[in-house]
Design a binder for this molecule. Sequence first.
Ligand code: ADP
Length: 239
Amino acid sequence: MSLQQSNAADEAADGRKDKLLTVSNVERTFQVGGAPLHVLKGINMELRPKQLVMLRGRSGSGKTTLLNSLGGLDMPSKGEIWFDGRPFHSMNDHQRTLVRRKDIGFIFQAFALMPLLSAKENVELSLRMAGVKKSLWKERVEHCLAMVGLEKRMHHRPFELSGGEQQRVAIAKAIAHRPKLLLADEPTAELDTGMAAQIMSVFQTIIRTEEVTICMTTHDPTILEVADHVYEMVDGKFI
Ligand code: ADP
């Protein structure tokens, strides 16, 4: 590497220091029926610690594809994604899985809870998957369920909880292993306005107390005002 190249690399690394995630010129192309489908067309964005960032756009605009790339579930076809100083775009599947298990939590639209397990057992499952020592589980489960206001519903199973409560268990599950980044795909889509507002209030609380950064997709205009930043997506690009 020449001195000039090395200086440029140092400057780029300096620029990323106060950011949890930096996305540069990301493209994603799928092959559909032998033809390329360009879904992400040059995305640039950054997430700083303790931010609440929203990706807004119509169905099919590429929000979920981008969210999956941010969490290392999908790989960009071109461009770079730096997560916490590490190059996600050049890691193999195993390396990305390790980062994900330790530092990233996911929340999905349809809650994704194990139906036969209680709220407590669902959170424990997440701690087991993340390799957290069993001696720490009790404190962590109680803390996370209290954080989402469900400490008294610990032994309830999903069918004994409302939609909003199930989503709060899903949040407790997603933050149990203390991730730095929480990614949520349409977390309020199946909820009425009151329950959606509760979820946003829980998000604000956990950003403060757990020091997590949240990036979520939405097409609900009523919740945008609580975001630190909103990226508007149209046809694979930000406008
Ligand atoms: P959004 O979340 O905004 O609704 P998506 O990211 O789910 O958008 O999808 C954007 C486009 O990419 C859609 O046309 C979808 O069909 C396509 N797409 C997503 N994933 C794949 C895939 N694995 N293979 C082929 N096409 C895909």
